[in-house]
Design a protein around this ligand. Structure first.
Ligand SMILES: Cc1cc2nc3c(=O)[nH]c(=O)nc-3n(C[C@H](O)[C@H](O)[C@H](O)COP(=O)(O)OP(=O)(O)OC[C@H]3O[C@@H](n4cnc5c(N)ncnc54)[C@H](O)[C@@H]3O)c2cc1C
Length: 339
């Protein structure tokens, strides 16, 4: 059998091998920007298999950013809610180090000119979501928060001279020499390239694409985990998969998420008989997502159908609060808010 020869071209960033490489720049962008601005002499390469933000869950986020910034709130309370939702499974030290992070994230996004929704007094509009005892979710353009943040982050990344953005390149292999990362092998429609790097950050999204029904972009099937594992990394906590309890039940793939913010707005989960089957669960529709997802699954397994009833709570206001979801519903022939 003739040996197959792989033609590889070398992508050398402006500063040789010293730069860092970020695979999946969306989530990384928060860290990538300060890094690139601080160390202008160390180039950063942002590598994504689709155009920036195009095949990324980050741009699809509907709910928003949880931040303990309300007058009745503080980071300790936020931490307590997080640990309660974790039911003893949280890494307490890790959570404690991170619990003020939401406020910082909101400040970072605001500094990139993301316009968060405000109430008539001018104060930030704070939404309530599952497992939170206080109103602490900030949104931009209702359910378009991820899109607004990603647009601002992508613009900022593109405008930073020390960041080279490589789009349409799919990382296929991490190269390791003497136990240290030395490069990323990536492919595109025009061939295979090698990006040398001594430092690598991987944020390639979730694993939803491995499931039959998913709300994630199709390209999110855990490639980053596989790349890292093959290069010798130890994976932890992979058993934790976050399920969205409610999505629009259509034939489309992926499914359109119906954010828990809709339940926070008062929509109730009912079955075909109109029975609110989650009534007995503490916090009902606003229980932590895994609790709601399990309740929905159990009820469906017993042969019931499950609906989200927003007629009396959100009614004709639905489309104003959730323009993205309302548009998806209309596309599927469901005209929410119209009686
Ligand atoms: C519908 C939906 C709604 C959500 N709502 C919220 C919310 O309200 N609040 C919240 O905090 N979280 C929300 N989440 C979760 C949040 O969006 C994700 O946790 C987060 O976006 C993950 O960020 P990421 O950068 O790791 O992945 P992504 O944003 O998915 O980006 C992955 C990137 O990696 C690239 N990539 C993948 N594989 C490769 C490869 N082999 N080579 C090169 N590039 C690759 C992709 O092209 C993409 O650019 C939501 C998720 C979904 C799907």
């Amino acid at each position: 059998m003739p040996q197959k020869t792989l033609r590889v071209s070398w992508l050398r960033d402006k500063f040789g091998n010293a730069g860092s490489c970020f695979i999946g720049p969306e989530r990384c962008a928060e860290g990538l920007l300060p890094y690139a601005r601080r160390s202008l002499r160390l180039a950063a390469v942002a590598l994504a298999k689709a155009p920036l933000g195009a095949e990324a869950s980050s741009g699809w986020a509907q709910g928003g950013i949880a931040a303990a910034i309300g007058p009745d709130d503080d980071p300790e309370l936020h931490l307590a809610d997080t640990l309660a939702a974790g039911e003893g499974l949280c890494d307490v030290a890790g959570r404690a180090a991170d619990y003020g992070g939401g406020a910082g994230r909101h400040r970072n996004a605001a500094s990139l000119r993301v316009r968060f929704d405000r109430v008539t007094t001018g104060a930030l509009s704070l939404g309530l979501e599952a497992a939170h005892a206080r109103r602490r979710i900030v949104h931009a353009t209702g359910d378009g928060t991820g899109r607004a943040i990603m647009r601002a982050l992508s613009d900022a990344v593109r405008a930073t001279p020390s960041i080279t953005v490589l789009e349409g390149l799919e990382a296929r292999r991490l190269l390791v020499v003497d136990g240290a990362i030395s490069g990323v092998l990536a492919t595109s429609s025009s061939g295979t390239v090698l990006q040398p790097t001594g430092r690598l950050v991987i944020a390639t999204g979730g694993v939803g694409g491995l499931f039959l029904h998913s709300t994630n972009p199709r390209g999110a099937f855990g490639q980053g985990l596989a790349l890292a594992m093959r290069a010798g990394a130890v994976l932890v906590d992979v058993e934790f998969v976050r399920f969205h309890p409610t999505a629009l039940d259509t034939d489309s793939s992926p499914l359109t998420l119906v954010s828990e913010a809709v339940r926070s707005g008062g929509a109730t989960l009912v079955d075909e008989t109109g029975t609110r089957f989650i009534e007995m669960t503490p916090r009902k529709e606003l229980a932590p997502r895994d609790v709601v997802a399990r309740a929905v699954w159990r009820h469906m397994s017993e042969g019931h159908r499950v609906f989200l009833d927003a007629r009396h709570s959100l009614g004709s206001d639905f489309a104003r609060h959730f323009p993205v979801i309302a548009a998806s519903c209309a596309f599927a022939g469901i005209f929410v808010g119209l009686r």
